[in-house]
Unconditional design. Structure first.
Length: 281
């Protein structure tokens, strides 16, 4: 399966535009092969459970590396979801760290642009905007996990903590203590009712990766055609103005339909920008 006929956004923006490794119904490598001519970055979503694992073998990593070199492509690596990095050692923290460490080591040859880290709440079913009832204990466990992960040699700013369902200010002290990067997930911020502009103002300097996806019917990870245009404009404008460091803007969707819709939105913005340039002349 290919993505023929979809226009490319590679090199069209003053930041890297990417998407996920699950756009066509196939494994990671066929997705990267199809996406390489179209985007600047591919987010590799990795998991490892008793039933199966999609962690690439050393041979697959070398194939991905060759594809990247031939297509001026970078990779971001999304570390596994729902790992108890915030719990005590006896409740799975060390096993969670080991799982992340295996992913980091398996993909090191790709020189990933960033590793994306979910620091989940102690109670993932809670809808409260706080990550735990015992914040000091939660913070201590998260700090220990981060310290362990940095022992792999990953540059601190390349380990990017993602904005989730709780207020980011709770994990911000850990981010600052270890000088970590940030992954601003715009869809999450909007879905959970957080102030997008305030997060851009506060965390853009630390942000290495932005996730963007639409929301419909209370569900996220839809195409950018279902993202508030004002929110998208605010993010793209902020990234375009802030060129102090290279960043990745990931269209975090998981189907060809949503990918095509997202690419279409990004091309519409390019066309509007060209029209504005002519008007300014």
């Amino acid at each position: 399966m290919t993505l023929e006929g979809i226009p490319s956004v590679k090199g069209r923006y003053p930041f890297r535009v990417g998407t996920t490794s699950y756009i066509i119904p196939a494994d990671i490598r066929p997705n990267v092969e199809a996406l390489a001519p179209l985007v600047d970055d591919v987010e590799l979503l990795l998991f490892e459970i008793p039933e199966m694992s999609n962690v690439p073998s050393p041979a697959s990593v070398q194939q991905l590396r060759k594809l990247a070199e031939a297509n001026t492509l970078t990779f971001t690596v999304h570390l596994p979801l729902d790992l108890p990095l915030c719990r005590s050692d006896s409740n799975g923290r060390l096993q969670a760290v080991d799982a992340c460490r295996r992913m980091i080591e398996a993909t090191a040859a790709l020189a990933p642009f960033a590793y994306l880290l979910h620091v989940d709440a102690h109670d993932p079913n809670s809808r409260e905007p706080i990550p735990a009832t015992d914040i000091p204990a939660w913070t201590d466990n998260v700090s220990r996990s981060v310290s362990d992960l940095l022992q792999t040699g990953v540059p601190a700013r390349h380990l990017c903590v993602e904005t989730l369902a709780y207020r980011f200010e709770y994990v911000a002290p850990v981010v600052e203590t270890f000088d970590l990067g940030v992954c601003l997930d715009i869809g999450h911020l909007l879905l959970y009712g957080f102030d997008l502009q305030a997060h851009l103002d506060t965390y853009l300097a630390r942000t290495r990766v932005v996730h963007a996806h639409g929301i419909h019917g209370g569900k996220d990870h839809r195409g950018l055609d279902q993202l508030d245009p004002a929110a998208l404009d605010a993010v793209v404008d902020a990234l375009s103005r802030s060129r102090d460091s290279e960043r990745v803007f990931t269209m975090e969707v998981f189907s060809q339909e949503n990918f095509e819709a997202s690419i279409g939105v990004m091309h519409e913005r390019l066309a509007r920008g060209s029209e504005q340039d002519l008007y300014d002349l």
